[in-house]
Write a protein that binds this ligand. Structure first.
Ligand code: AP5
Length: 234
């Protein structure tokens, strides 16, 4: 999944995970989980990564890659996988491509969510997350039933440190500089599905599934076509 911070990737990944059973790997969630460990259990690279994250900067490619490799099992999941927030740089995308090639794994689609800047800022500014089960809410768009309490586990809702205005600005700049070029990278490979991220989460989910399906059919048709051409040549 590609898309600027706050566009709704995590919300959509959760819906896709619930409906399709695919494994959801969010590099941001993995870093946040590391941030809750006692300091003595953190490597120097992880401490530096958490500092980058607080400022809204990207974590160095080498640290991200090490973490993804540790979770290789997700990519082998029988129900498929959803990568949320990874890859985020061309270096990460190329490393991922080499890994998938060596494992014989295909990517069905790369979904790029698109939303006007003003709505992105409103989504980030109003986001609240449960400190226990990590469910995500929005103060006006997706409020919890009781203010400040999670509907699922009654945990306290908090605002992410990197959702402060000064970090939001850095994150949006990092997205434009380092991640947006991946849109072309995947478009050239015929994998890109552009999805408008306006409207309700359910409406966006429906749009996403329709786009993925049409890409899958196109990929399947291309393979049949190539096989028919090969047969004709031999
Ligand atoms: P990460 O956790 O990946 O953050 P992000 O990409 O900035 O994305 P967000 O989680 O902020 O937003 P989202 O698009 O998932 O939106 P959400 O669904 O929550 O990464 C955090 C940091 O980790 C990075 O800045 C970096 O430092 C580091 N990092 C992670 N991966 C890295 C990598 N590969 N390389 C380098 N560094 C890495 O929705 C947002 C809000 O909108 C919520 O309140 C939600 O309820 C609401 N909302 C969602 N959908 C709708 C809707 N349709 N209508 C109204 N409201 C909605």
């Amino acid at each position: 999944m590609l898309g600027a911070p706050g566009v709704g990737k995590g919300t959509q990944a959760e819906l896709l995970h619930q409906h399709l059973g695919a494994c959801h790997l969010s590099t941001g969630d993995v870093f946040r989980a590391a941030g809750r460990l006692p300091e003595c259990q953190l490597s120097l690279a992880m401490k530096a990564a958490l500092e980058c994250m607080r400022r809204g900067e990207l974590v160095p490619d080498s640290t991200v890659w090490e973490m993804v490799r540790e979770r290789l099992g997700c990519l082998r999941c029988g129900g498929g996988f959803i990568l949320d927030g990874f890859p985020r740089t061309l270096t990460q995308a190329e490393s991922l491509q080499r890994l998938l090639n060596s494992e014989g794994i295909d990517v069905s689609a790369v979904v790029s969510y698109e939303l006007p800047f003003s709505e992105i800022v409103a989504r980030l500014g109003g986001r609240r997350t449960c400190e226990k089960c990590k469910s995500v809410y929005h103060v006006t768009e997706r409020p919890s039933k009781i203010s400040g309490r999670c509907d699922h586990c009654e945990g306290n809702l908090f605002q992410r440190e990197d959702d402060r205005p000064e970090s939001i600005k850095v994150r949006l700049e990092a997205y434009e500089r380092s991640t947006a070029p991946l849109i072309d990278f995947y478009a050239r490979r015929g994998l890109l599905a552009r999805v408008e991220a306006t409207g309700s989460p359910h409406a966006i989910y429906e749009r996403t599934v329709a786009k993925i399906e049409s890409l899958r059919f196109k990929g399947f048709a291309n393979k049949l076509w190539a096989a028919a051409e090969n047969r004709r040549d031999t």
